[in-house]
Design a protein around this ligand. Structure first.
Ligand code: DGJ
Length: 765
C-alpha cells in the first residue's frame, strides 16, 4: 500500500489495499497518462499501456500526425485546444484571448501525510476548504507538477491514500508563474481515461442520483454509449435535482457483484460530472466544479485550488462501493465530536406548528416529548423579526418577543429545567427584501446592478463572499447562541443562487462569485464550530439540496428531505445511503396524512424507516392520536438499542422498493459481525402473497445467530404486535448459522394491508 515511483519506467503506483492506479510519463515530451486503474495487480512494467510504440504513436515518432496521439492518449490532465478534442479537464484563456494549453510532466514529490486545501478569497482572506484527513492512520501523497511551458502555468496534481481505505483522493492546484493574467474557464478536480476494457469490453452502465424538492437522490441507471453523459448543478448548491456523484459499472453489476468505478467531490456548490465515450470507445470519467457560472482570473503569482475528488473502485458491486465511501467519510471527513456519539432524539416544531408558535406552545410540545423519551426540542423557522410566514425578516436575527415571551433565555431556561436540550434553526445565507437588513444594505444581496433579481421563496441570497457580510452574519449567530444554552443548530438554505453579481467585485473577477460563495459558507461554518466546538450542527437546504461530502466536513448529520412520508423516504434514503453513512441522514417521524403526499402510513412503519438515520420527530405531539403518543416511549427506547449498530455498522442493501414494487429492505451489521439489524418494509399490498424468503447479507458464515423481531420482548409492544409475535413464532428459524441466513434466507411473514415493517435484532448466539 502507499505510493511509489519506478524511475526506470517512469511509472507511479498509487495503491490501496485492494486497488491500484498506475500513471506513466512518456519519454520525450513527458505526457502524463493513466494506464491502469482497478483491481490490485502487481507493480510490474505497465508502460506498454501508454501505447507509445503502437499506432497512433507518440508525436516523437510521428510528429506529422501529432493530433492522432493527442486525441487518443489516456491523459491524466487533459486540456483544450491543442489536439485533444475530447472533454477537457481544464480550459484556459490567455492574455491574447487564445484557449490552447497542453501540460507535460515537470517533477514530482511523494510524502507521508496530506495537506489541507485552501483558497485565497476576496480581501486576501485564506479560506480553508473541506477535505479528507488522515485521522488516526497514515496518509501518503503523490504530487505531480505539470507545466504548460508556453503559458508558464504549473498544475500540481495531488493523489492521496489512507492505509485503511480503498479510496483515492485527487485535487489540482493551478499556479500562474507568468507575468500575465490567464483566465480559468474550467478546471476539474479529476479526469481519468479508462477504456471499455475496464467493463469487460462493453459500454458501462452509469448510476446517478436525481430528483427534485421532496424527491431527492433517487437512483437512475442507464447504459452509456458514445457521447457525453453528464449530471451537473449550476445552482450554487449541490442541488435537489442532480447529485455530485456517479458510478460506472459493468452492465450486469448489482448490489453484490460487479466492478464499479465511482466518484464524488468534497464540495457544496456547482459541479459537473459524468463520462464521455469517444470514437475509440475510451471512457473519460470526470468530476469537478465545471464551467457554468465560473471563470477565474488567475493573476500573476497567484494560484487556484480545486476541491477534492474522491475516486472509488470496488469489485463487489454497489454494497462494496458504499462501504468504501461510508468508511472514508466516517474515518476521514466528518470531524464532529458527535460522529461516534449517540445523537439526541429530537422533536422539531416545523411540521407541528410552521410559523404559528409561541413559548407556551413549544414548552407544551417539549414537556410531552420529554415524558416519552425525546431529548431535544428544535425551534424551527419563525422565531425572529416579523417572520410569521416566509415573506419577510431573513437577516433580522433578533428574537421576536411577542412569540417568545421572556426571550430566548426563558425558553432555554425552562427547557433546561425539564432536562430537555435546545436546538435552533437559522438560515444565515439569506435576506428578505422585506427586512431591516435589506433596507439598510440593499447591496448586500447578490444581484446584477440594474436588474431585479429573481425571487425565490420571496428571498434573496446574501453576498457572503464579502467579509463584512460574513462578519455581520456571524455576529448575529453568535449573539443568539451566546444568550441561551443551545446544543444544536439546523443551518438551512432555501433557494439556489441566481443573478450572479456582487456590488464590490470588479468585472474581470465576477466569474469567481459562485465559487467564492461556497467558500463563504465554509468560512462561516468553520468559524461557528471553532467558537462552539460542542455544537451539533445539522445542515439542510430546503430538505436535501446540499447533502454532500463538503457539508459533512462541518455537520455529522444533514436533513435528508422535506418529504417525511415513510414510503417516499424509502427511495430517497436508498439513494442517499449509496454514498453517505446512515448516521448522517436526518430522518423524522411526522404526522399523517403526510403534509406533502397526503399518504397514511402506520406509526410503527414511519418509525422503522426513520430509525435507519438520525432519529427524531416532526409533529405536534400534543395533538396526535393517543395511541401514537403512547407508542413513542417504546420507539425511543428501541432507537437507543439499535442506534449504535446503525451508526457504526456496515450497510447492506437487500432490496429496493423502486425495483421490487412491494418491499424495501436493508441491514446494518456490526464490525465484529456479532450483531445486525435487518429492516424490511412492505410498501404495497401483495395480494395472494404468503411469506417471503429474504437472504441476509454481511454476517459471519461460521457464526450462529438468533433472530428476534424488534419489540418482541416488550410486554404490550406496539412495535411488535401480538399478531406479529404469533406469526414469528411459527416461522422463527431458531439458532442458525450466518451461512444459512445468507444462502437460504429468513422468512418474512405475510403482512396484511399496504404497509408493514419487520425489524429483526440479530445476535450472535
Ligand atoms: C426547509 C427545511 O427543509 C424545513 O425543514 C424547514 O426548516 C423550513 N425550510 C423552514 O423554512
Amino acid at each position: 500500500m502507499g505510493i511509489s515511483f519506478d524511475p526506470e519506467n517512469r511509472l507511479f503506483f498509487i495503491e490501496t489495499a485492494n486497488t491500484v492506479m498506475c500513471l506513466a510519463v512518456t519519454d520525450e515530451e513527458g505526457f502524463l497518462g493513466n494506464v491502469y486503474y482497478g483491481k490490485k495487480v502487481p507493480k510490474e512494467n505497465l508502460r506498454y499501456l501508454l501505447r507509445t510504440s503502437l499506432n497512433p504513436f507518440v508525436p516523437s515518432v510521428n510528429d506529422r500526425d501529432r493530433g492522432c496521439y493527442l486525441d487518443k492518449a489516456p491523459f491524466e490532465f487533459p486540456s483544450d485546444g491543442a489536439g485533444d478534442y475530447r472533454k477537457p479537464a481544464v480550459i484556459l484563456r490567455d492574455a491574447r484571448g487564445c484557449d490552447a494549453s497542453l501540460f507535460t510532466y515537470a517533477s514530482h514529490r511523494i510524502y507521508e501525510g496530506k495537506e489541507e486545501l485552501s483558497q485565497t478569497a476576496r480581501d486576501g482572506a485564506v479560506i480553508k476548504m473541506p477535505g479528507t484527513f488522515a485521522g488516526s492512520c497514515t496518509a501518503h501523497t503523490l504530487e505531480i507538477k505539470l507545466e504548460d511551458k508556453a503559458l508558464r502555468l504549473s498544475a500540481y496534481l495531488s493523489y492521496s491514500v489512507f492505509d485503511d481505505s480503498d479510496a483515492i483522493l485527487k485535487n489540482v492546484k493551478l499556479v500562474n508563474d507568468s507575468e500575465e493574467t490567464v483566465t480559468i474557464e474550467k478546471i476539474m478536480s479529476s479526469s481519468i481515461d479508462l477504456d471499455c476494457s475496464a467493463f469487460d469490453g462493453k459500454y458501462p452502465d452509469m448510476i446517478t442520483l436525481s430528483g427534485s424538492w421532496a424527491r431527492e437522490r433517487r437512483i437512475d441507471r442507464r447504459t452509456l454509449s458514445r457521447g457525453v453523459s453528464e449530471v451537473s448543478s449550476s445552482r450554487g448548491e449541490s442541488s435537489h435535482q442532480f447529485h455530485p456523484f456517479f458510478a460506472l459499472c459493468e452492465p450486469g453489476a448489482d448490489d453484490s457483484h460487479g466492478k464499479v468505478y465511482a466518484q464524488t467531490i468534497v464540495w457544496s456548490g456547482n459541479f459537473e460530472c459524468g463520462a464521455a465515450i469517444d470514437q475509440f470507445d475510451s471512457v473519460r470519467a470526470y468530476i469537478g466544479t465545471g464551467s457554468r457560472h465560473f471563470s477565474w482570473d488567475l493573476r500573476p503569482g497567484t494560484s487556484f485550488q480545486t476541491p477534492e475528488a474522491v475516486l472509488v473502485f470496488a469489485d463487489g458491486g454497489f454494497d462494496s462501493m458504499s462501504h468504501v465511501f461510508h468508511d472514508l467519510f466516517r474515518s476521514h471527513l466528518i470531524r464532529s465530536p458527535y460522529l461516534h456519539r449517540e445523537r439526541p432524539i429530537l422533536i422539531n416544531n416545523w411540521e407541528a406548528t410552521y410559523f404559528d408558535f409561541d413559548t407556551d406552545k413549544l414548552l407544551a410540545i417539549a414537556s410531552d416529548a420529554r415524558d416519552r423519551g425525546i431529548e431535544m426540542l428544535v425551534m424551527d423557522d419563525g422565531w425572529f423579526g416579523n417572520r410569521n410566514d416566509d415573506n419577510s425578516s431573513l437577516g433580522d436575527w433578533t428574537v421576536n418577543e411577542t412569540k417568545l415571551q421572556g426571550g430566548i433565555e426563558r425558553l432555554s431556561d425552562e427547557l433546561k429545567k425539564t432536562g430537555m436540550k435546545f436546538g435552533i434553526w437559522f438560515e444565515p445565507e439569506m435576506i428578505s427584501p422585506d427586512s431591516d437588513l435589506y433596507r439598510a444594505h440593499p447591496d448586500w444581496a447578490i444581484a446584477v446592478s440594474g436588474r431585479r433579481p429573481c425571487r425565490m421563496r420571496n428571498q434573496y441570497v446574501l453576498d457572503i463572499t464579502r467579509k463584512e457580510v460574513r462578519d455581520y452574519v456571524f455576529g448575529c449567530l453568535a449573539a443568539v447562541l451566546d444568550k441561551a444554552d443551545i446544543s444544536y443548530v439546523k443551518w438551512d438554505m432555501n433557494r439556489p443562487l441566481s443573478d450572479l453579481g456582487s456590488a464590490e467585485l470588479p468585472a474581470e473577477s465576477m466569474g469567481r462569485l459562485s465559487y467564492l460563495y461556497t467558500l463563504g459558507v465554509y468560512d462561516l461554518q468553520e468559524r461557528l464550530l471553532e467558537r462552539y466546538p460542542e455544537l451539533l450542527l445539522e445542515n439542510c437546504s430546503g430538505g436535501g439540496a446540499r447533502y454532500d461530502a463538503g457539508m459533512l466536513y462541518y455537520s455529522p448529520q444533514i436533513w435528508c428531505s422535506d418529504d417525511t412520508d415513510a414510503i417516499e423516504r424509502l427511495s430517497i434514503q436508498a439513494g442517499t445511503e449509496m454514498i453517505y453513512p446512515l448516521s448522517t441522514m436526518g430522518a423524522h417521524v411526522s404526522t399523517c396524512p403526510n403534509h406533502i403526499t397526503g399518504r397514511n402510513v402506520p406509526f410503527d412503519v414511519r418509525a422503522a424507516v426513520a430509525m435507519s438515520g438520525t432519529f427524531g420527530y416532526e409533529l405536534d405531539i400534543t395533538a396526535i392520536p393517543e395511541e401514537e403518543r403512547a407508542a413513542i416511549p417504546e420507539q425511543t427506547s428501541i432507537y437507543r438499542q439499535v442506534s449504535e449498530t446503525v451508526r457504526e455498522g456496515d450497510y447492506y442493501r437487500i432490496a429496493r422498493a423502486a425495483e421490487t414494487g412491494y418491499y424495501d429492505s436493508w441491514m446494518s451489521v456490526s464490525r465484529d459481525r456479532s450483531r445486525a439489524l435487518f429492516t424490511y418494509i412492505q410498501c404495497r399490498a401483495y395480494p395472494g402473497g404468503g411469506s417471503r424468503i429474504v437472504k441476509l447479507k454481511g454476517l459471519d458464515p461460521e457464526k450462529k445467530y438468533t433472530l428476534t423481531p424488534v419489540g418482541y420482548d416488550t410486554p404490550g409492544s406496539r412495535f411488535c404486535s401480538r399478531e406479529k409475535k404469533e406469526m414469528w413464532e411459527k416461522t422463527d428459524p431458531g439458532t442458525v448459522s450466518g451461512s444459512v441466513l445468507m444462502n437460504a434466507g429468513v422468512p418474512v411473514p405475510y403482512m396484511h394491508g399496504d404497509y408493514g415493517q419487520l425489524m429483526l435484532d440479530i445476535r450472535e448466539a
